[in-house]
Design a protein around this ligand. Structure first.
Ligand SMILES: NC(=O)c1ccc[n+]([C@@H]2O[C@H](COP(=O)([O-])OP(=O)(O)OC[C@H]3O[C@@H](n4cnc5c(N)ncnc54)[C@H](OP(=O)(O)O)[C@@H]3O)[C@@H](O)[C@H]2O)c1
Length: 180
C-alpha cells in the first residue's frame, strides 16, 4: 500500500486558520476529490470536525485518542499507524493522509508520496505543514494552475516521492493546469 499525504499550503507552509481552510480554491478541491475518490482517507479528529461530515465516495478513518463521537459511517483509529494498518487490512492500494497539522507532523516521516498544492501568497494561518527535507524527495510531476479570478489564488501542484521508493507511476485522474 502506498502511503500518500495530500496537502494545500501557502508560501509560509500555512494550512489553516481557526479550524478552517484560509482559502477557497475550487480547482484544488476538484483535484482533492478526484485523487482521493474511492480510497481511504485518514484525518485528525479536529480536521474531521472542521469538515463536519463524511466525504462521499471515500472511506474516512478518524485518528483520535478520545471517545469523541463519530458518525457510524466512519472508522476510528487510536493512532496513525493503526489507521494505516486498518486501511491496508481493508485492501487499500493507496491511502491518503489528509491532515491536519498534528497528523501531518507525524505522517511526513512515513509517507511514500506527497501531493502538494503550493498556494500563491501568504495567508493568516495558525497551523503549518512541517518543513520538507528536499534531499529525501524527488519531484515526479509539476503543474501550474492559473486562476482567472483575482479573488482566487493560483497554485502549483507538485507530486513528490521519497527517494528509494519504487511506486506505480503517478496518474492524474483529471486535467490539471500546465506543465511547470
Ligand atoms: N490545507 C490543508 O491541506 C489542510 C488539510 C487538513 C486540515 N487543514 C487544517 O488544519 C487544521 C486542523 O489541524 P490540527 O493540527 O489542529 O488538528 P488535526 O491534526 O486535524 O487533529 C488533531 C487531533 O487528531 C488526533 N490525533 C492526531 N494524531 C494522533 C495520534 N497519533 N494518536 C491519536 N490521536 C491523534 C487527536 O485527537 P483527540 O484530541 O480527539 O485525541 C488530535 O487532537 C484546520 O485549520 C484545518 O482546516 C488544512
Amino acid at each position: 500500500m502506498i502511503v500518500s499525504i495530500i496537502v494545500a499550503y501557502d508560501s509560509n507552509r500555512g494550512i489553516g486558520r481557526s479550524g478552517r481552510l484560509p482559502w477557497h480554491i475550487p480547482a484544488d478541491l476538484r483535484l482533492f476529490k478526484a485523487l482521493t475518490w474511492g480510497h481511504h482517507i485518514v484525518m485528525g479528529r479536529r480536521t474531521f470536525e472542521s469538515i463536519g461530515r463524511v466525504l462521499p465516495g471515500r472511506t474516512t478513518i478518524v485518528v483520535t485518542s478520545s471517545a469523541a463521537e463519530l458518525p457510524p459511517d466512519c472508522l476510528r483509529a487510536s493512532s496513525l499507524r493503526s489507521a494505516l494498518d486498518l486501511a491496508q487490512q481493508r485492501g487499500e492500494t493507496e491511502c491518503f493522509i489528509v491532515g491536519g497539522a498534528v497528523v501531518y507532523a507525524e505522517a511526513i516521516q512515513l509517507a511514500d508520496r506527497l501531493y502538494v498544492s503550493e498556494i500563491e501568497g501568504k495567508f493568516d494561518c495558525d497551523v503549518f505543514f512541517p518543513a520538507i527535507d528536499a534531499s529525501q524527495w524527488k519531484e515526479q510531476l509539476c503543474r501550474f494552475v492559473a486562476s482567472a479570478d483575482t479573488s482566487v489564488p493560483s497554485f502549483r501542484f507538485r507530486v513528490l516521492e521519497r527517494h528509494g521508493r519504487v511506486l506505480s507511476p503517478v496518474t492524474l485522474p483529471i486535467e490539471v493546469g500546465d506543465q511547470c
